[in-house]
Design a protein around this ligand. Structure first.
Ligand code: AMP
Length: 598
């Protein structure tokens, strides 16, 4: 098949942004492609040579590419540089340069000039592959020689697309789903076959492989499509709801809740002693975790298996879970080998998708769990994810608190219904996560001093509705307000408040207190309360660190809850304004880190 056929299709694709038109163009193309070439055509059309998980990437450096163009066109590199600056696109620049008639050489005059054969798809693909694979000493020269030879054989129009491909910039804007539509129409009798084709894609993450199966075996082949150990299955993702009540009602009143570990998700494929690890984004990350591979090799009792787990950093001294960012940081700082010895990872297994010839993805979760429990031999650093059968919102709330206290982000609640399949490649309601409102939620309590109170109403008439709490500022020796807090008190505690605080009541704001709020009652700073909140926020009413982070705002606490009194502490032992500021700053960093997390 000639490469120019592909180029015709690329040009048409570039002229439209409409998905249906793109599908039609692709169908026209696929119908012209010999069946054994379909996979290569699909990869090339995506600007790739292989599916992503293989990890062989195009992306030749611009400098080398410019030298190849100069060599192919017989011009100075400066000419290429100038043209690239003018056009802003290496493909167009090369096309323009190669369109200019060359000076007639003596060789041409004598009839001996190189007359290129028309370029085939195979020739382009093979050359690009050799370029991508060239490594080590002399690799740069090899790449330049290969590319310039290919350019000499290509028309200027072909050169445009070859150059965009080799630099990793062939951006035709075709979604995977459009390719799946086109495959269904071209090879499987119509768009109705799309769900089956999509499933094949979800089971293999390999569009070229799916395309070739469809082209060679038609719909029957797609129906029989099987999981291949070594090709990652597209991961199932969780939906999210804010409260235990909503989660349970969505899941029919019952679920298995599991700890949601803050680590890296891993899909592990094991075949005998060979282990491959894939990230959530389906990159091959086997070489990042030699220790995880070893654990899987030793403690997963099956010949051929695909399991999912969360890979977590553990503090070797205390056995506590550490945040994901810390694992990444350590591995960057010390290198994988050393970090692995100093800070080994632990694996928490949570699903199994395939075992010894059996595809489990369409089995309900309880059945998959039975297989998982059989296959995993638990040991120190490889465990089944902590779980509990949950039948009420109170149980779920309690388990959630335990998960958070143990250093997790929250819990993932999993449907137990007969249709609770593994929804490869989909975010659905069979898994629902319940997370803290922010990853950066306050892990530590703070100790604050009540400097005033508001009268209670309704059920709280006769006692206080909320206390006004302050942090200590040693620089000015004053107490600066943070938050009102009315939650977390038991009924007895609440009833006891007026009596407990009575000795400290004064008729006006205490001179060592800095407050914008005007409570009903003022106190002498004396007692200390331990408080836990959701996060540190900015508030115009808080005077703690007023104006430091933002003009007109101080540091406050969202959803503060009373934990207990701290009679062992005096008011000057309370959390200081600077400590709060530190907590706020590290919270910001955590949020940023969370946003960058894959
Ligand atoms: P999210 O990334 O917020 O959509 O949450 C889903 C992620 O939670 C998964 O991709 C896993 O990396 C992670 N996770 C941690 N523990 C579990 C678990 N027990 N079951 C499923 N996912 C888990």
């Amino acid at each position: 098949m000639l490469y120019s056929v592909l180029v015709d299709a690329y040009e048409s694709l570039e002229r439209t942004t409409k998905r249906l038109e793109m599908t039609d163009i692709l169908v026209g193309l696929f119908r012209k492609v010999p069946t054994d070439l379909v996979d290569k055509v699909v990869y090339l059309t995506q600007g790739k040579l292989y599916p992503d998980f293989v990890g062989i990437e195009l992306g030749m450096a611009e400098k080398l590419v410019m030298r190849s163009i100069a060599e192919a066109a017989g011009v100075q590199i400066k000419v290429v540089e100038d043209e690239l600056k003018r056009m802003g696109d290496i493909g167009k620049a090369a096309e323009n340069i190669l369109s200019k008639p060359k000076a007639v050489s003596l060789l041409a005059f004598m009839g001996g000039e190189h007359k290129p054969e028309p370029l085939t798809v195979n020739k382009v693909y093979d050359t690009l592959e050799r370029i991508a694979r060239a490594s080590g000493e002399g690799a740069q020269e090899t790449k330049i020689t290969l590319l310039s030879a290919l350019l000499k054989d290509s028309t200027p129009r072909e050169a445009r697309y070859i150059l965009r491909t080799v630099t990793g910039k062939l951006r035709l804007g075709i979604a995977d789903m459009t390719i799946l539509d086109a495959l269904a129409i071209s090879f499987c009798g119509g768009k109705e076959a799309r769900p089956l084709i999509e499933r094949a894609y979800n089971l293999s993450s390999d569009l070229g492989f799916v395309a070739k199966t469809a082209a060679m075996e038609g719909l029957e082949g797609i129906k029989k499509f099987k999981i291949t150990v070594g090709k990652p299955i597209r991961p199932m993702l969780a939906e999210r709801l804010p409260t235990p009540e909503e989660v349970l009602s969505k899941l029919g009143g019952k679920c298995i809740a599991e700890y949601k570990y803050d680590g890296e998700r891993i899909q592990a494929h094991k075949q005998g002693d060979r282990v491959l690890l894939f990230s959530r984004r389906l990159e091959n990350i086997t070489h990042h975790y030699p220790d995880a591979c070893e654990l899987l090799r030793n403690y997963i009792k099956a010949e051929e298996v695909i399991v999912e787990c969360e890979c977590v950093a553990i503090d070797p001294d205390t056995g506590e879970l550490r945040p994901f960012q810390e694992l990444m940081h350590r591995r960057r700082k010390y290198g994988i080998e050393d970090a692995m010895k100093m800070f080994p990872v632990s694996l928490f297994m949570f699903d199994i998708l395939y075992v010894d010839g059996i595809d489990l993805t369409l089995k309900p979760y309880p059945e998959r769990r039975e297989h998982l429990l059989k296959v995993v031999q638990e040991a120190d650093r490889i465990r089944i994810a902590e779980f509990r059968l949950i039948e009420s919102p109170e149980e779920l709330e309690k388990f959630f608190e335990e998960a958070v206290a143990d250093g997790c982000e929250g819990v993932v609640c999993k449907s137990l219904s007969p249709n609770s399949i593994y929804q490869a490649g989909a975010r659905g309601w069979l898994w629902i996560k319940l997370k803290r409102s922010y990853q950066a939620k306050m892990r530590d309590t703070v100790d604050l001093v009540p400097i005033g109170a508001f009268y209670g109403r309704g059920k709280r008439a006769g006692t206080y509705g909320a206390l006004l709490l302050a942090a200590y500022d040693p620089d000015t020796d004053t107490f600066k307000t943070v938050s009102k807090c009315g939650s977390g008190f038991s009924d007895e505690e609440l009833a006891r408040l007026p009596e407990l605080l009575k000795p400290y009541i004064i008729p006006h704001q205490h001179p060592r207190v800095d407050s914008r709020a005007k409570p009903d009652v003022w106190f002498v700073p004396a007692l200390v309360a331990e408080i836990l909140g959701d996060e540190i926020t900015l508030s115009p009413m808080a005077t703690a660190a007023m104006g430091v982070v933002r003009e007109g705002a101080g540091l406050s606490i969202r959803f503060p809850r009373f934990i207990r009194w701290r009679p062992d502490k005096g008011p000057e032992d309370a959390t200081t304004v600077n400590e709060l500021l530190e907590m706020y700053r590290s919270q910001l960093k955590k949020i940023e880190a969370e946003e960058q997390k894959p």
